[in-house]
Design a protein around this ligand. Structure first.
Ligand code: CTP
Length: 413
């Protein structure tokens, strides 16, 4: 947007098949209200839900849908891709997302997306089970790694009568996010963290009781590994200090495998010196058994007490370093999420805390530990941003962008 709040951007709106296609008409209006010029491309499936005439009337332009017919110009797909400043697909069906992932070019919209060199945005809309299906989630993660931006989806009641994630984001919200993302667009597709070292702690820790037993927690490490992948994508050198997980670390990350909180603490401290950004994502055990029995403890009395000692708080220690890297912590809470997260921000002197609820959301989707999704908030001294509920890969993408932005601001001010 310019200094008058106007946008003047050339937006190519792709509409694919889905009941939410009628909402695209409002999106056209919202974009035009921001002085954007909008051209519309529809797939054959989209035209089963809403007529092209509606968009022709709204835009005052022909609606493009056929590779070979619209203007008789065989190079139309290339011209449309070159004309646009940004491409937004709204609604984007699961099928279209799959086509985009695999680079199919069997209609005008998929072909011009393949030919496009401008940022592509995708606002998905589909049934909640189709959204959650690993096939769709994998496609999304691949597209995000390619720098394609996802706007939404929203949660709630769906046209099919089911409830969950998969509703098209509100057109007003799509327009707002699309038009304000100029800066991050340029930077995400580029190497926003090039030359920076990001150190990430991951997974649970295991605190040994005896040679065969330990105390641990349900952390899967998925969020941290997704963050590592996104930081690599943004050009960073990534050091991953990871407790035991069943995940394969990203090939380009420097992995330091640890078991206990004490080992994690010492691996972090040995590697912190060249670190620009520290992300404490591990679920570090707060306590460890005071002694580790040399042999397997045999059952005896009805009660067994284990004396526990406090582990060092790694995030607090890193935040106290002078100079300190940009420090980001996590707060996984089962109650009073924002209040507890704010307390952690202050107590640990972190720059940001990512707060996420552990348990189930209103739709019954598992969140947090060992779940596919997280509902996250970014909390700093000045703001609290609700990122909504997304797959961990999507959240990681948003978080790395936000972290890069905070880092840039800190180092240019
Ligand atoms: N953390 C850490 N070292 C610890 C404990 C926690 O680095 N020994 C980090 C975590 O990686 C996370 C943040 O501190 O980024 C908050 O962790 P959390 O377990 O939510 O909170 P605690 O500080 O342990 O407090 P509590 O258990 O009382 O909620």
């Amino acid at each position: 947007m310019d200094e008058h709040g106007e946008s003047n951007q050339k937006i190519l709106l792709g509409i694919t098949g889905g009941i939410a296609a009628y909402k695209s008409a409002e999106l056209v209006r919202r974009l035009q209200n921001q002085s954007c010029t909008v051209k519309v491309v529809m797939t054959a499936a989209a035209e089963k839900f809403i007529g092209a005439l509606t968009f022709q009337a709204l835009t005052g332009e022909p609606v493009y849908h056929d590779m070979y017919q619209s203007s008789g110009d065989a190079m139309e797909h290339i011209e449309l891709a070159r004309w646009a400043d940004k491409i937004i697909i709204a609604p984007a069906s699961a099928n279209f997302i799959a086509k985009l992932t695999h680079g199919l070019a069997d209609d005008l919209l998929s072909t011009l997306c393949l030919a496009a060199e401008v940022p592509i945005y995708v606002a998905p809309a589909m049934n909640q089970a189709m959204w959650k299906n690993p096939a769709t989630q994998n496609n999304i993660s691949i597209l995000q790694q390619r720098g394609i931006h996802f706007l939404g989806p929203d949660q709630g009641q769906q046209a099919c009568g089911e409830t969950g994630p998969g509703r098209l984001l509100d057109p007003q919200e799509i327009a707002a996010q699309l038009l304000t993302s100029q800066q991050s667009t340029q930077l995400t597709t580029g190497q926003r963290l090039a030359g920076k070292t990001v150190l990430i702690t991951a997974g649970p820790t295991k605190e040994a009781i005896d040679p065969v037993r330990f105390i641990s927690n349900h952390s899967s490490g998925k969020m941290a590994y997704a963050l590592a992948q996104q930081a690599l994508q943004a050009g960073a050198n990534v050091k991953l200090i990871s407790g035991p997980t069943s995940l394969t670390p990203p090939a380009k990350a420097e992995l330091h495998a640890v078991e206990s909180a004490l080992q994690m603490h010492s691996a972090v401290m040995q590697n912190i010196q060249d670190t620009d950004i520290f992300i404490a994502c591990a679920a570090v055990a707060d306590y460890r058994p005071a002694t580790v029995a040399a042999n397997k403890i045999k059952k005896q009395a009805d009660h067994l007490s284990i004396e526990m000692l406090r582990n060092p708080d790694i995030l607090t220690e890193v935040c106290a370093l002078k100079p300190k890297p940009l420090c980001i912590g996590f707060a996984a809470e089962t109650e009073n999420l924002l209040e507890n997260a704010q307390k952690k921000l202050n107590a640990k002197n972190a720059d940001l805390i990512i707060a996420n609820a552990v348990g189930k959301n209103k739709e019954g989707v598992s969140l947090g530990f060992n779940a596919e999704n997280n509902h996250a908030y970014i909390i700093s001294k000045d703001h609290c941003i609700d990122l909504g509920s997304h797959s961990k890969n999507q959240l990681a993408h948003q978080l790395i962008n936000h972290i890069a932005e905070v880092y840039e601001k800190k180092h240019t001010s």
